[in-house]
Every structure is written in structure tokens, then in C-alpha cells.
Design a protein around this ligand. Structure first.
Ligand code: CA
Length: 272
């Protein structure tokens, strides 16, 4: 692969210019106390990736015992501190973006603005390494804690955008409305921090090894177990029921090299 010129553009409110092919609206103005900073990465070949700065803060990770459809591995619910702001992708990584960085498109459901799928965790990590080299930024998969924190965007309800399964139609592609396929990113309602498709469309790889319980989870910037057999995916997908798109739901049982038409990802970038 040719080495591409490094070009990183920090921009405020600029990503409509860079993402004109996507039908998504711009994220709403952040609420009080929340920064509206955005980061745009130039992937080359006229392709950009937009990220939004997620503020440091605390949240309750996992679901309360009384939550409808709760699974045992979502507990115990515990307070987590995210000590540093970090950028996270506004959208799932698209096929156009994946192709610009790797030259490949393994997806079952072809579409430049559809999320890339049929990507293993190892391949997602490799994408991050290549994008880091291209941009000079520290690009990586989000931790499971970062993912859930970003998904919730200050909420403690079952979903980060809405709280009823029926209302999820407005904010996620699940088995209830997907017609059994992925859809272009950014067509549903974003959460309060301007993130689209955190619920549904494709499952999203996280960096953590899977732990069956949060009993031994750290409270400060948890990274998950030091080693393990399975990785974790979050957010549910086009092939899962709405209840499996809940903020706390954890999809596991998949090794780092396994790929599937429901598996995609979004990236995180260190803010400093
Ligand atoms: Ca998703």
C-alpha cells in the first residue's frame, strides 16, 4: 500500500462538507457543559471520517436488576469514571472508509455508505493501526466502558435515544424494521452526543476481552480482562430484536478472528 500524505483536519462544524453523500443531519448542538468539538480525519481518496469529542465523566455501567430483558452478564451495575475526553466515530465505519484505508470491502450488503461488515475484531484493530499511521492520531477500538458511556450519552434508560421498543424504530435498524439487511449510516435519530446507529445496524467490536460479570471490573477507565477467549460486541444489529439493541446488552462468544455479516465497528481516537 502506498504511503499517503498525512493530513489531519481539526474542524468545528465542518463535517457536512466532508460527508455530503451521507443523508444524515448534522448532530445537534451539544447540551450545556458538553463540548461540541469535532474531529475530521482525511482517509485519502476524497473520503473523510467524522468524530465527536466525548467528555470525561461518570456513569452507571450495566443494567439495573429490574430492567426489562436484562441479561445476567449486564451486572452488577457499577459506577465507572471515564477520566479523559476521547473522540468517537459519529457513524459506524462505512464501506467507503474501510476501502480507502485497506483497499478491501468484505461486506455482504454492498453500499458505499453502508457499514462495513464481515470484519473480525483482528481486522478492525488492523484498520485502526493503518488509520493511525495515515493520520498520526492514536486510533483504536473503544473500550466496552467507553462504548456504553458514549451510547448512553447521559441516559440510564434501556436505550440511549428512546426508552420503548416501539420508539426504537426511529433510532435503530433492528430485526423489527431492517428487512434483514444493513442500511446506510446516519439515517436514524442520533443520541444526545450526536452519535448515530449506536443501537442496531451492525454490532460494534470493542477492544475488551469478555468477562462474564462486572464483579471484578475496574471503576476507573476499565479496560476489561488482561486476556481471554472472546471479544465483546455492542449495540445489537439488523438481525437482532430491539431488546438486544439496549445500551447494556453485550454480544459475545466470538473470537478475535471470527467475522459475520452483522459485525462492524466504529473507532475511538485519543484526544491528546
Ligand atoms: Ca451499531
Amino acid at each position: 500500500m502506498k504511503r499517503m500524505p498525512i493530513l489531519v483536519v481539526l474542524a468545528l462544524c465542518s463535517f457536512a462538507l466532508h460527508h455530503a453523500k451521507v443523508s444524515a443531519k448534522e448532530p445537534p448542538q451539544a447540551s450545556a457543559g458538553i463540548t461540541s468539538k469535532q474531529l475530521t480525519l482525511d482517509l485519502g481518496k476524497g473520503v473523510a471520517m467524522n468524530l465527536v469529542l466525548i467528555p470525561a465523566g461518570k456513569f452507571s455501567m450495566g443494567s439495573p436488576e429490574g430492567e426489562e430483558d436484562r441479561q445476567p452478564n449486564e451486572g452488577p451495575q457499577h459506577e465507572v469514571t471515564i477520566s479523559k475526553p476521547f473522540y468517537v466515530g459519529v457513524y459506524e465505519v462505512t464501506q467507503e472508509q474501510y476501502g480507502a484505508v485497506t483497499g478491501a470491502n468484505p461486506s455482504n450488503f454492498k453500499g458505499a455508505q453502508n457499514p462495513v461488515e464481515q470484519v473480525s475484531c483482528d481486522e478492525a484493530v488492523e484498520f485502526c493501526k493503518k488509520l493511525s499511521a495515515k493520520t498520526g492520531k492514536a486510533v483504536r477500538l473503544p473500550t466496552e466502558a467507553e462504548w456504553e458511556y458514549a451510547c448512553r450519552a447521559g441516559t440510564q434508560t434501556r436505550f440511549g435515544v428512546c426508552d420503548k421498543d416501539a420508539a426504537l424504530d426511529e433510532c435503530a435498524w433492528s430485526a423489527a424494521n431492517s428487512e434483514r439487511k444493513t442500511h446506510p449510516v446516519g439515517q436514524k435519530k442520533p443520541n444526545a452526543w450526536g452519535l448515530y446507529d449506536m443501537h442496531g445496524n451492525v454490532h460494534e467490536w470493542c477492544n475488551d476481552w469478555y468477562a462474564e460479570t462486572y464483579a471484578n471490573a475496574g471503576a476507573l477507565d476499565p479496560q476489561g480482562p488482561a486476556s481471554g477467549t472472546f471479544r465483546v460486541l455492542r449495540g445489537g444489529c439488523w438481525d437482532f430484536n430491539p431488546q438486544s439493541c439496549r445500551s447494556a446488552f453485550r454480544h459475545i462468544f466470538w473470537t478475535s478472528g471470527y467475522r459475520n455479516g452483522t459485525f462492524g465497528f466504529r473507532v475511538a481516537v485519543e484526544s491528546k
